[in-house]
Design a protein around this ligand. Structure first.
Ligand code: GAR
Length: 189
């Protein structure tokens, strides 16, 4: 199997990054993580790139040319897939046009419900019975691209925001690898 060169974008803890690094070491898993990009120099998740000797790039999104820098590095590493994993920044239309390859994201709700931030608080406030996570293609609109995979669980009456986060992330560690396998199912031989 020819593994696809992949870049993971993060902004924080990086637990999905950690999980994807582990999965990518499996012989049959279709990606190789060649680059990690982070827009927060304090992000804990960068340590997973360091520990695993994966090149990483810290970007300053206040700088006007930051997207050019990202594109340059994606080309340099011959990146075919971008996985956003807790990357808290919207991709511009221009960036998506320039990159032209696949960009996917994981979001902690059952999209199209609860796009955007503060997901868990809003879910509890609405007395939802179910919640979960979604992996989807990225377009220029927030959390709106085509859905690849969703996983759900039942919310119990005692659940607080912390509980929802733990339950959701447990499913994310299954959903993200599953979505990646799904999108390459018909490409690899
Ligand atoms: C994940 O739960 C992901 O769904 C969420 O950020 C968390 C990152 O966790 N993403 C969003 O809210 C995007 N809108 P991690 O840094 O431990 O992987």
């Amino acid at each position: 199997m020819v593994k696809k060169n992949t870049c993971i974008f993060i902004s924080g803890k990086g637990s999905n990054l950690k999980n994807l690094i582990k999965k990518s070491r499996e012989y049959n898993f279709p990606i190789n993580i060649k680059l990690v990009i982070c827009n927060n120099k304090e992000a804990e998740g960068v340590m997973y790139a360091k520990k695993n000797s994966i090149p990483f790039l810290i970007i300053n999104t206040n700088s006007r040319s930051f997207e050019n820098k990202i594109i340059y590095n994606l080309k340099k590493h011959n990146i075919y897939l971008i996985c956003l994993a807790g990357y808290m920044k919207i991709m511009s239309k221009r960036f998506l046009f320039e990159f032209r390859k696949k960009v996917i994201n994981i979001h902690p709700s059952l999209l199209p419900k609860y796009k955007g931030l503060n997901t868990f608080g809003r879910i509890l406030k609405s007395n939802e019975i179910k919640s979960g996570c979604t992996v989807h293609y990225v377009n220029e609109k927030l959390d709106s691209g085509k859905i690849i995979t969703q996983k759900s669980f039942f919310i119990s009456k005692q659940d607080n925001e912390y509980d929802l986060r733990i339950k959701t992330q447990k499913l994310e560690y299954l959903a993200y690898p599953e979505a990646i396998i799904k999108i390459f199912k018909n490409i690899n031989t």
